[in-house]
Design a binder for this molecule. Structure first.
Ligand SMILES: [Zn+2]
Length: 554
């Protein structure tokens, strides 16, 4: 048994750091969960049957006998009936604040056809006052029944009078109707801005409606702000509830500003925040944050300031990531870099010198190489102990990039579910390149600590899908992509729990079922370690616990 009140001398010495969080007198558990099949992700005690919980933390972990004898008259006891328990999952890179707001104010375009999207947009336009925008989100260009991309003409047919935009679920491309282009003053003669692209019909030169990466900046000042404080708080409530239902207890929100920090605090105060959040702050707010004396790590156990978020290139799901070799079938197309190395260096240096962790979005091998050069230069010029540089996504690597990541102690946050969920897009990259994409096997073999990440809305956040995708490297149609990068189910669980905590400097307070850590856990309907890997995605989440309280009960 591992416990706080009756430690062996060795355990006591081994857990002094955690021990100091509690008063040294005997503490009695408020809650005991017993009769469980508990996979702890703690090498000191990988398996257990029961846990005792007090003041939101694990007090003791061990056998039924050991733990039940700690109970007092006031201890509540719950029989898990043999159910499997894992530490709560950590989605290290996702976008809950914006996707929660989307749930409140946009039309959900995660629909099976362009016709269905048009119908949903038409219905919203009918209720939208003249002159106001109609927004759609979570559109995916490769999943529609028509087998083609949404066009400006499709949007004009559905929403002729209001400006309308439909954002791709990947977040880097948006589709606009003619009214939106008119409002922003963009037409066929408008040149592509640097780091951005307006798609044009190859025969007529006319705008197709699709704008990639920095091209969307040209619409920004014409877009009406629906992000009221109330909408944002409501969004956090909805998305954190949905994520708790899937077994998530911690997230990294990979692009926050002051309004998001406020929204998370509002939701927490209202009792409506159902996960712990590490808020990566967008670079544009860095000066203000530094001026206010803020930096990475500030905050409490539920809402903390995370890394400074920078960008190097485009997206994988929308095919704008910057690759060294062209996309399959497009011999001249390599994707987009969105910052020069010098720009990236100046921005990163400012954050680094102010004591911030840095998380740079870098998907393609060219972008990862550029980002590593910046990180390496910073450590050469102004070394910092344990900077835990993050490579957000870090999708396409090679042996030399992996060696440099290892040497820096940097942390990749690869897309965990892309092989499974975005299988129909993998041909744009090709089987050969897939051997080095979402390269979990390579990272783990090199001793690197990658995390689990959905980039939601870019892919679904359900951790069971992430487990299946990483263990099988098989998509929904049965195609296998990069079998050499498969990892074991035990490894995938560790990646989704303890590694996520490490990426935010919180490995001593969460990420495993260990005495002294936050009582964050998930109860599953079946045991993933005994499940056929091809059905992991169907394992039901029965309950989720956050800090000793159920954040979801099925
Ligand atoms: Zn992201």
């Amino acid at each position: 048994m591992h416990s706080f009140n009756v430690p062996t001398r060795r355990e006591f010495l081994g857990s002094l750091a955690a021990f100091s969080m509690f008063p040294l007198e005997i503490e009695k558990p408020e809650l005991i969960l017993y009769n469980g099949n508990i996979f702890t992700v703690d090498d000191a005690q990988p398996r257990a049957q029961a846990v005792a919980i007090s003041r939101g933390r694990f007090l003791a972990v061990g056998s039924n006998e050991d733990i039940l004898h700690l109970a007092t008259a006031v201890t509540k006891k719950i029989d898990l009936a043999g159910k499997t328990v894992l530490p709560g999952f950590n989605d290290a890179h996702c976008h809950p604040a914006t996707s929660g707001l989307d749930m409140v104010v946009t039309v959900d375009c995660d629909l099976p056809s362009i016709a269905a999207i048009q119908a949903a947009l038409r219905a919203r336009a009918a209720k939208t006052p003249a002159g106001q925008w109609v927004y759609g989100s979570k559109y995916d260009d490769t999943k529609g029944a028509e087998g083609r991309m949404l066009t400006r003409a499709d949007l004009d047919a559905a929403v002729p009078d209001h400006p309308a935009s439909v954002q791709h679920r990947g977040g880097h491309t948006t589709f606009y109707n003619s009214a939106a282009f008119r409002l922003a003053g963009i037409d066929e003669k408008t040149p592509d801005p640097s780091g951005g692209k307006f798609d044009r019909d190859p025969s007529t030169g006319k705008l197709t409606g699709r704008a990639a990466d920095r091209a969307n900046d040209l619409f920004e000042k014409f877009i009406s702000d629906t992000s009221t404080r109330e909408n944002r708080r409501e969004g956090i409530k909805r998305i954190s509830k949905a994520m708790a239902r899937a077994g998530i207890t911690s997230v990294g929100d990979a692009g926050d500003g002051p309004q998001d920090l406020l929204a998370y605090q509002d939701a927490r105060e209202a009792g409506e925040l159902f996960f712990r959040v590490y808020c990566l702050i967008r670079y544009e707010y860095l000066d203000r944050m530094i001026a206010a004396g803020l930096r990475t790590g500030l905050g409490k156990e539920f809402v903390r300031i995370g890394a400074c978020k920078l960008f190097a290139d485009g997206s994988i799901s929308e095919r704008t990531a910057r690759l060294s070799k062209p996309y399959e079938g497009s011999p001249d197309y390599f994707g987009l870099l969105v910052a020069t190395e010098e720009e990236q260096y100046e921005r990163s240096r400012k954050a680094h010198l102010a004591g911030w962790q840095i998380g740079t979005h870098a998907n393609g091998d060219v972008a990862i190489d550029q980002t590593l050069r910046v990180y390496e230069r910073l450590q050469r010029e102004t070394p910092r102990r344990d900077p835990r540089f993050r490579l957000e996504h870090c999708t396409q690597v090679n042996d030399s990039l992996v060696a440099r990541i290892r040497a820096l102690g940097a942390i990749p946050t690869p897309f965990s579910s892309y092989v499974y969920f975005h299988g129909e897009k993998m041909h744009f990259y090709g089987a050969e390149r897939l051997k080095n994409m979402f390269a979990m096997r390579s990272f783990l073999d090199a001793g690197i600590r990658p995390t689990q990440a959905s980039d939601y809305t870019a892919s679904p956040f359900e951790p069971m899908m992430a487990l299946q995708s990483q263990v099988t490297r098989t998509d929904t149609k049965g195609n296998v992509w990069g079998a050499n990068q498969r990892i074991s189910i035990e490894e995938a669980i560790r990646v989704g729990t303890l590694h996520g905590a490490y990426a935010t400097y919180e490995e001593n307070s969460k990420g495993s079922i260990t005495p002294g850590k936050f009582a964050d856990l998930v109860v599953l309907g079946r045991d993933p370690l005994r499940e056929n890997p091809s059905t992991l995605v169907t394992i039901p989440v029965e309950r989720t616990m956050l800090g000793g309280r159920w954040s979801f009960e099925g």
